[in-house]
Design a protein. Structure first.
Length: 193
């Protein structure tokens, strides 16, 4: 049975207490929104972060009762994602900087995707450092992070397996990432090779 319920109905159902409605809404727009975000940031991890942040903002707006239904849910969600993408680039100032009066050379920013032995060693060390840090997360956050990253489970599946709402699963993932970033900074781990 694959019926498509319109966004307005799903939103109304969620606001009226139906947790499953938000899962359906997220799953309905997952592919389109993820593709849009990825087309801008070109990084799967950043895409997932922005996707989660987008729906956390959506859920917060619903819970505050400030969502204005005009049949324009998807454009509204895309605008939230777009603003978060801009915030991401501002935060990370991703434009490469060049010293002196050097002319821009495309070859200076292109790299070989195949890791050489040194890069592989660095990558292995980063993976080991991250595993140690991940184990320091609170149990509920650790569980969600492992299911999402290592088992590639959807938030719907995570919610079912942990017997919590999708909001709680999203929240735990968000806090896991925030706490992981804090641990990385505290331990001064460099995550680039």
């Amino acid at each position: 049975m694959h019926t498509t319920i319109d966004d307005a109905t799903l939103i109304r159902n969620y606001i009226n207490g139906d947790e499953k409605a938000i899962e359906l809404l997220i799953n309905k727009h997952n592919q389109r929104l993820s593709s849009y975000i990825y087309s801008k940031v070109k990084d799967m991890t950043v895409t997932e972060d922005i996707f989660q942040d987008t729906f956390i903002k959506v859920i917060s707006t619903f819970k505050r009762g400030t969502y204005n239904e005009e049949g324009k849910f998807l454009p509204w969600v895309m605008r939230i994602a777009h603003n978060l993408i801009i915030d991401h680039f501002r935060r990370n100032k991703r434009m490469p900087k060049y010293q002196g009066n050097q002319e821009f050379n495309i070859f200076s920013v292109l790299t070989d995707d195949k890791p050489n032995a040194e890069r592989q060693l660095i990558k292995d060390q980063i993976d080991q450092d991250l595993e140690v840090l991940i184990e320091q997360l609170p149990k509920d956050q650790l569980e969600v992070l492992k299911m999402r990253i290592y088992q590639n489970m959807s938030f719907n599946e995570i919610a079912e397996n942990t017997e919590v709402s999708i909001n709680t699963a999203l929240g735990r993932m968000r806090y896991a990432l925030i706490n992981l970033r804090k641990l990385i900074e505290k331990n001064q781990i460099v995550l680039t090779n």
